[in-house]
Design a protein around this ligand. Structure first.
Ligand SMILES: Nc1ncnc2c1ncn2[C@@H]1O[C@H](COP(=O)(O)OP(=O)(O)OP(=O)(O)O)[C@@H](O)[C@H]1O
Ligand SMILES: [Zn+2]
Ligand SMILES: [Zn+2]
Length: 828
């Protein structure tokens, strides 16, 4: 056996120039503890400041000069550490998404757990010494501050005393042994402790003790009586119940009758009461799915499945029963759900079935709650993690199953560094850990369905709702005809009547407003014509300030028409209404209804989702108005009507995925209707009733939609036939952004030519041009887009990585940021 004696460490430092592995020697006392994935403290930089790092690799040979090699200072005995498998995964993510080591590691860990070394300065002399032994004014100031406020860090002392050049004074005080400096390690988030009181006497001693307590110490007597039949009680509870002070408890402790102890208490992420969610008898289709996946797992381990099951086909029950089987094998499972909106209902089902075996991880939790959930997983106290995107990193050591529900959802792609896609990461993680990946959706993404068709995923189909409940009937209303008939309101006659009838019948209604994307497109309200780019088949975006129409894929611009190019009508205008406006309108039309709006504005406070969700479940909402947030996952049996106000808004966002998004949304929203014993009805309002997204959604026909869409993707060379790389160059100075984006594009082209001489590839580089959102938070943004085949992707990553590094180190322009995204969910 060779002895590995060096550690390669990622240090906690976001500066890109230090984003590499640093080699440290391992002192012999740490040989056993210094494992891959462990946190360490290491001296770093010129001042040898102690910083936190993580061991990424152990090696037995290094080219680093021995006299430059520093030893690891400490291996932290922290409960936060990563498995070797997760470290392996982190390296893959770093390369794949052009991220920094420290960014990836941070993403995998609970926030706020990075340890910092702080130096605390404290007094070692008496007050009278201050004026005897010190002559300098600054020295006295520092000591006075420490005398008054106790120990403190340098920064605070500096701020409080106003001494700018403080180091000489501190050093002098140190030399004269008037102060000392202690190093302490601490993180923002820590275990939560509470004080508990233990009884230290037995029943028979009680009267004796009461006799010994001074007659006027009535509180102390009360405490003794309070605790006499208990063994332990929390201090807080005791103080509330007996209304006593801490000093009464302390004096009893001094007498030896009680003991105060600090014990860790867990923060609870699931706060509401969870009711048992009974196991259901599977339908034949469900059983087939469970058997296929389970048998394959037992036989082969790693594999990838796509369950395409219509809305209400009972996918959740499949997940639950598979998890049960996997748990029986001693394995663990991760379940990803798209957003917080889904979590209440999903958590109810998972925790309702598996009780305290479930941890939840999502952004609605506090740092402390997430830290505790994370540790529960790491310690093996739970076997199932349910959560949003980042739960893909749940630190299980014995993973058997990853389930990604509603796999078509865009929230699985991160838009901040590392810009990972949880599905791709899930695939990799399952491969590394020999687990099974299950993707599930009623409307799989085109990419996933394509992979299933190509045999990369095993495809399982559930074509029917549970117990053959019918899918809701979708009625398409052509809003152009409404206009012709003189109805200028946002509701067609059919939808108005249906809402009224539903109210009268005491059934619930969901009104959905499709409002993804920021942009306005131009369309004709008379004939439905939408102004599109001839090269890209993408709706042009209207830019009010310059009064132009623009394609955000190729940069093509032109003047907006004043009459419709197709039918010459003057009703050509920009689109866009808000949920607020819909709510006002509904309230006016149906003043007797109980109406609630659910969107970003009304759900910004903690628990607001749950509250609306509970109200809906109880039936105390008649009409729920919402955006994307209400489109998926919800299962309310009393919803019999779903109204879609304007289906076209996503259809015409300037994105090649617009049709796909529209189809998915319409199908998902429609799927909320008629899930109980009553039949459901969907009314879909549109200006383009003949668009294939709408036609296929109307007949719940995923396959036809897929076939049409994949042929377009192929013809116009979009994913999955190519990859799209988007590079955004941004900065506060418009001219610098302009110049640097040009330089960067040239650099990329030069580099490609150097590597391959492939002029074709160079021609596929679009831009730089103004990004669709040209200015965000005062920063101007220009964009470069590259379409690239899978086989060339690694080349581009290499080139971009180099250009990126170079532009940083050479500092062409100050404060210019380059942000690269591979296959972003949207290029806007
Ligand atoms: N085997 C079964 N027997 C009876 N009821 C079932 C069965 N399986 C599922 N259900 C019920 O059918 C309804 C729909 O199931 P579920 O919500 O899992 O569907 P889904 O496929 O996830 O739908 P969506 O894609 O729309 O979210 C639920 O109310 C569920 O309790
Ligand atoms: Zn027209
Ligand atoms: Zn174009």
């Amino acid at each position: 056996m060779t002895c590995k004696i060096f550690a390669e460490v990622v240090v906690d430092n976001t500066s890109s120039s230090t984003d590499k592995l640093f080699t440290y020697s391992i002192p012999s006392k740490y040989e056993k503890d210094a494992k891959i994935g462990r946190k360490v403290l290491v001296p770093f930089g010129r001042g040898n400041k102690l910083v936190e790092g993580m061991i990424i690799n152990l090696i037995n040979h290094t080219d680093v000069d021995f006299d430059r090699l520093k030893p690891i200072k400490t291996v932290l005995h922290d409960s936060i550490f990563l498995s070797e498998n997760l470290i392996k995964l982190s390296l893959w993510i770093k390369d794949m998404y052009m991220a920094q080591y420290s960014e990836v590691i941070k993403t995998m860990m609970p926030s706020g757990t990075t340890n910092k070394v702080i130096e605390l300065i404290s007094l070692t002399c008496k007050e009278e010494d201050i004026y005897h032994k010190v002559k300098s004014k600054n020295g006295i100031k520092i000591l006075e501050y420490l005398f008054k406020y106790g120990e403190s860090d340098l920064q605070k002392i500096k701020e409080a005393t106003g001494i700018t050049n403080i180091n000489p004074s501190i050093n002098l005080l140190l030399k004269n042994s008037l102060i000392q400096i202690d190093k302490r390690i601490s993180a923002e988030v820590n275990k939560k402790y509470e004080k508990f009181i233990y009884k230290k006497f037995s029943g028979k001693d009680r009267d004796n003790i009461l006799g010994n307590i001074a007659p006027n110490a009535t509180k102390q007597k009360e405490i003794i009586k309070y605790i006499q039949d208990k063994e332990v009680v929390s201090l807080k509870e005791l103080m509330i119940d007996t209304n006593c002070s801490l000093s009464s408890v302390k004096s009893l402790e001094e007498k030896g009758y009680l003991k105060i102890e600090e014990i860790e208490v867990r923060r609870e992420a699931i706060t509401k009461e969870i009711h048992l969610y009974k196991k259901l008898d599977l339908t034949k289709d469900q059983q087939k799915c469970v058997d296929a996946i389970y048998n394959d797992y037992v036989e082969n381990g790693f594999n990838k499945f796509l369950i395409h099951g219509v809305t209400g086909s009972g996918k959740t029950e499949i997940y639950l029963q598979l998890i049960e089987k996997i748990l029986d094998m001693g394995k663990e499972a991760i379940v990803l759900v798209p957003e917080i909106s889904l979590t209440p209902q999903t958590v109810e089902r998972f925790a309702g079935r598996f009780k305290n075996k479930v941890a939840v991880l999502h952004s609605g939790l506090s740092y402390g709650e997430r830290y505790d959930e994370w540790r529960k997983i790491k310690a093996g106290e739970v076997q199932i993690a349910v959560g949003a995107r980042s739960a893909i990193f749940a630190p299980f050591d014995n993973l058997g199953l990853i389930i990604i529900d509603e796999e078509h959802e865009t929230s699985y792609k991160s838009s901040i560094n590392p810009k990972y896609n949880a599905i791709e990461v899930g695939e990799k993680r399952c491969e590394i850990e020999n687990a099974t990946l299950i993707l599930g959706s009623a409307t799989p993404s085109i990419e996933s369905y394509y992979k299933a068709k190509e045999g990369e995923y095993k495809l399982l189909e559930l074509p029917n709702r549970v117990n053959n409940k019918s899918l809701p009937k979708i009625e398409v209303i052509d809003m152009k005809t409404e206009l012709d008939n003189g109805n200028k309101s946002m509701f067609s006659n059919e939808l108005y009547n249906a809402i009224r009838d539903n109210l009268n019948n005491k059934k619930q209604t969901i009104l959905f407003l499709n409002r993804r994307g920021f942009s306005t497109f131009v369309s004709c309200r008379k004939c439905g014509f939408v102004v599109k780019c001839k090269e890209c088949d993408i709706a042009l975006t209207y830019h009010g300030a310059q009064n132009i129409l623009k394609c955000h894929y190729c940069g093509y611009t032109f003047k907006p028409p004043t009459v419709c190019p197709s039918c010459q009508s003057k009703y050509i205008k920009y689109f866009g209404i808000g949920t607020q406006k819909v709510e006002d309108e509904v309230k006016k039309l149906f003043p007797q209804g109980r109406i609630v709006r659910m969107d970003m504005d009304t759900t910004s406070t903690k628990g607001s989702h749950e509250r609306i969700f509970e109200k809906m479940k109880k039936g105390s909402i008649d009409i729920l108005i919402g955006t994307q947030m209400i489109s998926k996952g919800l299962d309310f049996p009393n919803v019999t009507l779903v109204g879609i106000i304007a289906a076209d808004t996503t259809l015409n966002i300037p994105d090649f995925k617009a049709s796909e998004r529209t189809f998915q949304l319409l199908t998902q929203v429609g799927g909320r209707a008629g899930r109980g014993e009553y039949e459901g009805r969907v009314i879909l309002q549109t200006y383009e009733p003949d668009h294939y997204s709408i036609l296929t959604a109307q007949y719940h026909d995923y396959i036809s939609f897929y076939e049409k869409e994949i042929s377009i993707r192929k013809a116009f060379d979009y994913p999955p036939f190519t990859n799209i790389v988007s590079i955004i160059v941004s900065g506060e100075n418009e001219k610098d952004v302009f110049e640097s984006s040009k330089q960067i594009a040239n650099k990329i082209k030069e580099d490609i030519i150097k590597e391959t001489n492939d002029l074709d590839l160079v021609n596929k580089i679009i831009g730089p041009m103004e990004a669709p959102i040209y200015r965000i938070k005062g920063r101007f943004r220009r964009q470069i887009i590259i379409k690239i085949k899978e086989s060339r992707l690694s080349l581009i990553i290499k080139v971009l990585d180099r250009v990126n590094k170079e532009s940083r180190t050479k500092n062409y322009f100050e404060n210019i940021r380059i942000s690269t995204d591979i296959n972003p969910v949207s290029i806007i």
